[in-house]
Design a protein around this ligand. Structure first.
Ligand code: ATP
Ligand code: MG
Length: 666
């Protein structure tokens, strides 16, 4: 990668930056409010008063083959059921009804490959190919309720396969393409999945990656027979050879050209898909999502929070291999009949302005990404977005981890042109959709705080005994009533479902069920929630409990710092001490004065108790393939312990480098 020089954060508009730096709250622009899908703050009260019937607003965004009888059934809590008696098909909701409503020629998916080739599927095209592939899957033997594993990168055949599965009532289990062969095998075995759809390869930074080889290796670890289909993404670039029992996607489509497949009416509570969580911690969990509740919730949050309208070009720059891509590239946006963008490659190929070039070229209205990406853009500098006209943007969003105020303000200024609200959306694989965020047409934004719980969501911050805590104090995030998008169980493991999420704060005797997402949080006087990170990311220094995210936010607030990770390492006297790993912006030397400014920054923001024991400068942090920092490795390094499993890391080589830097500074 080319070296950039100079201070990348003040680029001629230092005055503006200085003003924004002091500003704590931001209101959505009038022009946004005027056109917002939800602009009336009465919605919070409306949902509270009519709960759970308020959720009919979500269900009404869909077309049902059979109207539901009951909104919520809670007899067997926490195994809740939503919209019972109702029947629907997800692919019909994402495709057929739009085609019938006259949107046949509207773009449904606009795809761009890394090398620049483009493909546009109208709603009509997408429906045709989904029907053809659905017919092919049936011919291969796929029956209703069979789990089909999809191991594919960001190519249009992935959403096509998802919708084809949904059409015939076969739940899909998407395994992120960056995952290893072992990860594929584990997930296929866990789900007893006898069908695999994969591809020959894909492009990353201009290189053709051989994906098929990895898929084949994974298949050798599967303990039952598998029928597989291979998509030819690379043409001649890689030898597109098929294994013994593999079928060629293009041939199947040709054989089933023009096929029509009636969408199967699924019970609202039938499984739509299975999604294994990224596994930042422990064994992967097979999260089960349903057809009626999940799809209503994905559509509702896309409507209310992302403000999606059919005429928009909407871009969630996540990977479909994560829940974010399921809910906010595929199901939510397509259920609303909008144009959803997909990009195959990396944001810095061939240049660091690739995403902004795509925004300009496609006139993107709504852009949704992760804080880790925003911090990378910030590190690269604002000259890249400045090369492009980003004025088509109306709304920005973030998800995945807390966004520190400095990155928030950079996003607001340099991408949003100070004219787009930002929704900082807290949610999880398990919640199916967004839970805590401002409504962009209603709420004041506070950088660093996700916002209030969405209408109808009863999120509260409690102490260890489950008592609600005072505004300002740190505690544990809980959700005290169910919602339609919630996971129904962990696949074939009800016991673990209860133990993971419901044991901590529920009172089984009195049938009071409290969902525990395992995140720490605090709340302010306005009811805004700031997420502090996973509960196991709390450091206990001499009896004081410190949130790692809060310290990280203080560090990245220091001029010249691009990214930071904070963990607790064992300390003889204090029990635990604060260890910080810091990436500097390009051109910034890791001098002693930098170290001092970081220590001061933490002391000023949190107090001397949080004073870092050690500041380690590093060019990268160990990250999972979903871009999350793997803190337990950094903890092992800080405590000088033997390192745990590094197999899910994207950059395992960095671990040795950090270890060397720690021993250097001793
Ligand atoms: P695993 O559960 O397998 O360890 P994971 O929790 O990283 O993996 P996800 O479901 O993708 O898998 O991530 C959800 C978590 O991400 C949340 O519990 C929270 O810790 C964090 N998160 C998501 N969005 C936000 C946000 N806007 N602000 C703060 N944290 C967030
Ligand atoms: Mg999690």
């Amino acid at each position: 990668m080319a070296e950039e020089s100079g201070d990348t954060d003040t680029d001629g508009d230092g005055e503006l930056e200085a003003r924004l730096a002091d500003q704590e709250t931001f209101d959505p622009p009038e022009s946004f409010v005027e056109q917002a899908n939800v602009a009336d703050d009465g919605i919070y009260e409306e949902f509270e008063e009519n709960w759970p019937d308020c959720w009919e607003r979500a269900a009404n965004l869909l077309s049902w083959d059979q109207e539901y009888e009951t909104v919520l059934e809670d007899d067997d809590a926490p195994f809740y059921k939503w919209f019972t008696g109702g029947e629907l098909n997800a692919s019909a909701n994402c495709l057929d009804r739009h085609v019938e409503d006259g949107a046949k020629n509207r773009a449904a998916i606009k795809w761009e490959g890394e090398l620049g080739e483009t493909r546009t599927y109208t709603y009509g095209d997408l429906l045709n190919e989904v029907e053809e592939f659905a017919a092919a899957l049936r011919d291969l033997g796929v029956e209703e309720d069979d789990v089909v594993t999809l191991y594919m990168p960001m190519i249009p055949e992935l959403p096509i396969a998802m919708l084809a599965c949904a059409r015939i009532g076969a739940p899909h289990s998407v395994v992120f393409a960056g995952f290893s062969a072992d990860a594929l095998a584990t997930r296929m075995n866990a789900a007893d999945s006898e069908y695999l759809v994969t591809c020959d390869g894909y492009y990353r930074r201009g290189d053709a990656l051989n994906h098929k080889e990895k898929a084949d290796k994974g298949l050798r670890g599967v303990d039952h027979e598998v029928t597989s289909v291979v998509v030819d993404r690379l043409g001649d670039e890689l030898n597109h050879f098929l294994g013994n029992s593999a079928h060629d996607y293009d041939e199947l489509i040709e054989e089933h050209a023009g096929a029509s497949v009636e969408p199967v009416s699924r019970d609202a509570e039938d499984m739509l898909f299975l999604m294994y969580t990224s596994g930042t911690t422990g064994q992967p969990k097979g999260v089960k999502h349903t057809t009626g509740g999940y799809l209503s919730y994905a559509a509702w949050t896309s409507h209310a929070v992302l403000d999606v309208k059919p005429e928009d070009t909407y871009w969630c720059a996540a990977d479909i291999g994560w829940i974010t891509g399921h809910s906010y590239i595929v199901y939510g946006p397509l259920a609303l009949g909008t144009t959803s963008m997909m990009y195959e490659g990396t944001p810095d190929y061939p240049e660091r302005d690739r995403l902004w070039e795509l925004v300009e070229k496609n006139g993107v209205d709504i852009f949704y990404t992760a804080p880790t990406a925003i911090r990378a853009f910030m590190k690269w500098g604002s000259q890249y977005p400045e090369e492009h006209d980003l004025s088509s943007l109306r709304l920005l969003g973030t998800v995945g981890e807390p966004i520190n105020p400095r990155a928030w303000k950079w996003y607001y200024t340099h991408i949003g042109g100070e004219n787009c609200p930002i929704v900082d959306t807290w949610w999880q694989t398990e919640t199916g959709g967004m839970m805590i965020t401002t409504l962009p047409g209603v709420g004041t934004m506070k950088p660093g705080s996700a916002g209030p719980p969405l209408p109808g969501i009863d999120a509260r911050i409690v102490d260890t005994s489950g008592e609600q805590i005072e505004a300002g104090d740190a505690g544990y995030l809980t959700v005290q009533n169910p919602w339609p998008g919630m996971l129904r169980t962990l696949y074939q493991n009800d016991e673990r479902f209860l133990a993971e999420y419901w044991q901590e704060y529920s009172d089984e005797e009195s049938d009071e069920w409290v969902y525990f997402p395992e995140d720490g949080a605090k709340i302010d006087d306005d009811g805004y929630i700031t997420i502090l990170g996973r509960v196991d990311d709390v450091i206990n220094v001499s009896g004081h409990r410190l949130g790692t995210m809060e310290i990280e936010s203080a560090i990245v607030g220091v001029e010249g710092v691009a990214e930071a990770a904070v963990v607790g390492g064992s300390h003889e006297v204090k029990g635990q001490a604060v260890y910080t790993y810091v990436i500097l912006e390009e051109g910034q030397g890791d001098s002693e004065s930098m170290r001092e400014r970081i220590v001061e920054g933490v002391e000023d923001a949190i107090g001397p108790i949080a004073r870092p024991e050690e500041v380690v400068f590093t060019p990268e942090l160990p990250k999972t393939r979903s871009g999350k920092i793997m803190r337990r490795l950094l903890e092992d390094l800080a405590s000088g312990e033997e390192l745990g499993n590094t197999s899910t890391l994207r950059n395992p080589e960095i671990v040795d480098e950090i270890a060397a830097r720690i021993s250097d500074s001793d």
